[in-house]
Design a protein around this ligand. Structure first.
Ligand code: MN
Length: 190
């Protein structure tokens, strides 16, 4: 995790800052604002901003929902929403792991809420460093898991399924529940 944070995540931040350096009009924005306005970013740097900015945003989100001392399972409204959508917490976890294993190549697995469907929950995966912030339909994220090999290769080698299974030990469900409350209150957040 230290290498992942200090080397991999840092690489995205450094490269994003470097590509934006000659574009002062785009300084001072949060990465969330930058990605939401990706279609306005100057064409010569747009793809790099999307990749490096997405890498920063996804890792920022990822670190936020991790923690060794938080709740080990969802509670209250989030627990009810998970049961409603997936049958049970156990079935949700199995479906999330299966989606992550089935995703081809690098990317991320997400649990998102769909505001346009009464905040129904949905599991989705996105390739490379695509962010939920640039999806055409709003899909604020509650949970995110890194599917890049750098996230698991040191400990689990090629066994992505083992990483996805162990991932539940480090999710802080208090944070995930707070995100669900905030999203439903209209506070979209990275
Ligand atoms: Mn990563």
């Amino acid at each position: 995790m230290r290498l992942h944070h200090d080397a991999h995540h840092r690489g995205y931040v450094d490269k994003l800052n470097a590509v934006l350096e000659p574009y002062p009009a785009w300084h001072g924005l949060t990465v969330e604002a930058l990605l939401r306005r990706i279609d306005e970013v100057p064409e010569p740097i747009r793809a790099t901003v999307r990749n490096q900015g997405g890498g920063h945003a996804n890792h920022h989100f990822f670190w936020k929902i991790l923690g060794g001392y938080g709740a080990k399972a969802p509670s209250a409204d989030l627990a009810a929403a998970i049961d409603r959508e997936f049958g049970s917490f156990e079935q949700f976890k199995a479906k999330f792991e299966a989606a992550g294993v089935a995703h081809f190549g690098s990317g991320w697995a997400f649990l998102v809420a769909r505001p346009q469907r009464n905040f129904a929950l949905e599991i989705l995966t996105l390739p490379n460093q695509e962010s939920v912030l640039t999806l055409p339909e709003p899909a604020p994220g509650l949970l995110i898991c890194d599917l890049w090999e750098h996230a698991y290769y040191l400990r689990y080698q090629n066994r992505r399924s083992a990483w996805l299974h162990a991932f539940w030990d480090i999710v802080d469900w208090d944070v995930v529940g707070d995100r669900f409350d905030g999203i439903r209150a209209g506070r979209t957040q990275l």
